[in-house]
Each structure stands twice: as C-alpha cells, then as structure tokens.
Write a protein that binds this ligand. Structure first.
Ligand SMILES: [Zn+2]
Length: 286
C-alpha cells in the first residue's frame, strides 16, 4: 500500500508534527461525537440538519471548529448568548488526548482499532451522563466490530505466535467470542442477584451489552476488569456526593454512573491490561 508507506515515512520523519495531526484528527472525531451524544438519545439523525444552536440558528463552520470554536466564543452562543455546555470542548479534548496516547503507546494495528473502540466508549458514556439513556446502535456496534476486528487483527488479543496466520485469526476470534460470553454472563448474574437483593433493577440491559462489547475487544479478562474496575471507579466518583449527603444527614439520591465507569475501565484495560495483570500477580506473589 503506497499511501500507508508514505504515511509511515512521514511519521518517521516528523514525529512531533504527526502527534499534532493525530490530536487534531481526534478533536474532529470528538466534535462529531458531540453531535451523536446530543442527537442519538433523542432518536434524531446524526447527518442532517447541519450543526444548529439551541435557538435553532445554523452555526457557521468556523465557530464549530473543535476546541477553538468554544474557546473563541468563551462558552456562549454568538447568535443568542445561550451558554454552551463545557461538555463540548471536554469531549473533543478527551478524544484528542486518547488518540495521541494510542498513537504513542500502542502498536500500529491496535492504535488504528483504538480510533473505533475509544470513540464508541466516549459516545456511550456521554449519552449516559447527558440523558441517562444509552442508545443500542453504538452499543451493539461495539460488540460487532470487536468480533470482526479480532479476526482481522489477531494482535488485538496477542495471538501472533502461530506461523500459520489463519490459526492466529481463529484463536483471536475465540478470545473475542469468549469475551462476549463472559461479559454477558457476568453482568446478567450480577443484575439478577442484585435485583433480587435490592428489590429494584440493579443494572440495565445497556450494561450487559457494553460489558460484552469490551469483552469482544479485550477478551474475558477485559470484561472482568471493566466490571470490577468500573465498580471501583463508579464508587470513587460518587464518593464526594455520598459523603456530603452523609454530613447533611440526608439520603443519597444520586446513582453510581455505571456506563461511564465501565467505559473508563475498558479503556484502561485496552491500553495497559496485560501489564496490570502482571503487576497484580507480582503483588499477590510478594
Ligand atoms: Zn443561538
């Protein structure tokens, strides 16, 4: 592939400039994610109409540039002065930083797949935080793409040991399917037991699909980590509100944001899963 070779050549010649380009690319994807987070839970099209202010006026493209647009407007719409949520630049910044981290920290094929896996996680987390509603399409897309890409890039599951390429692909497909099965089963059991014990629905169906999707990309260890690591992250983020409710002597009424916490844990595992496992082994053994 001459284009790929040219890109690799450029990246080797200008590493710093490449990081800047990767960041800009990430910010643009983040900008599109903002549109999806705003529209998907409402069942609106993510293609048409073009970007619009809350007052209905179309937004010109130069005010819509990722990060720069929000900063130049100081968080207020030019047309009507309505405040623009800080979520917009935040999603763009997080996506840009994650893309740069993938580029620097991950091997080639995995860095490319990070450009699909991580935006889907940000989208699902954003929808849950914004609307407490997780759309099915990107959630199932996570499962589907995870299974397909495992076959196309077996290095995603570190299945590169066999000299026959097809065997590596079959092994990686197996890892992915076991990850889906483990993610589905784990959340289903916790949900069932939790619902019986708590007397109300403990986890949603979206949690099951998300855990399966992370399993598809990261195998059963990743599914397990996203569940238990996600619980820890969820409790830590809910802790300030819990403590302040305790101090005021009132009942804690918030909920633990489980989808964003699971997504964060899934991303952590995607970057450094095997190293975490090794650190854990060493810690237990010492
Ligand atoms: Zn407006």
């Amino acid at each position: 592939m001459p284009l790929l070779t040219a890109l690799q050549h450029f990246a080797a010649q200008h590493p710093a400039l490449t990081v800047v380009f990767v960041g800009i690319f990430g910010a643009c994807i983040g900008s599109f994610l903002n549109v999806c987070i705003h529209r998907m839970p409402k069942g609106e099209s993510i293609i048409t109409p073009g970007s619009r202010c809350a007052c209905g006026k179309p937004i010109p493209f130069w005010l819509n540039l990722p990060l720069v647009g929000w900063l130049s407007l100081r968080g207020q719409a030019r047309c009507c002065g309505i405040p623009i949520s800080v979520r917009y630049p935040l999603v763009e910044l997080i996506t840009a930083l994650l893309f740069i981290a993938s580029w620097i920290m991950l091997p080639g094929p995995k860095a490319a797949l990070a450009c699909i896996f991580l935006p889907l996680l940000i989208l699902l987390a954003g929808c849950d935080l914004d609307d407490m509603m997780v759309p099915d399409a990107p959630n199932f897309a996570l499962v589907g793409t995870g299974i397909i890409f495992s076959m196309l890039a077996p290095s995603l599951h570190n299945e590169t040991g066999h000299p026959i390429e097809v065997i590596n692909r079959i092994h990686a497909l197996g890892d992915s399917l076991i990850g889906v099965a483990a993610g589905t089963a784990l959340v289903w059991w916790i949900r069932t037991i939790g619902t019986v014990l708590a007397g109300r629905e403990a986890m949603g169906e979206a949690d099951i699909i998300l855990c399966a999707g992370i399993g598809a990309y990261c195998g059963w260890q990743g599914a397990l980590f996203c569940l238990f690591g996600g619980s820890v992250i969820g409790v830590i983020t809910a802790l300030p509100a819990l403590i302040s409710a305790k101090i005021r002597g009132s009942e804690y009424e918030g909920i633990v944001p489980f989808v964003p916490s699971m997504a964060a844990a899934g991303a952590i595992w995607f970057f450094r899963g095997p190293e975490l496992l090794l650190a854990w082994h060493n810690w237990v053994a010492s």
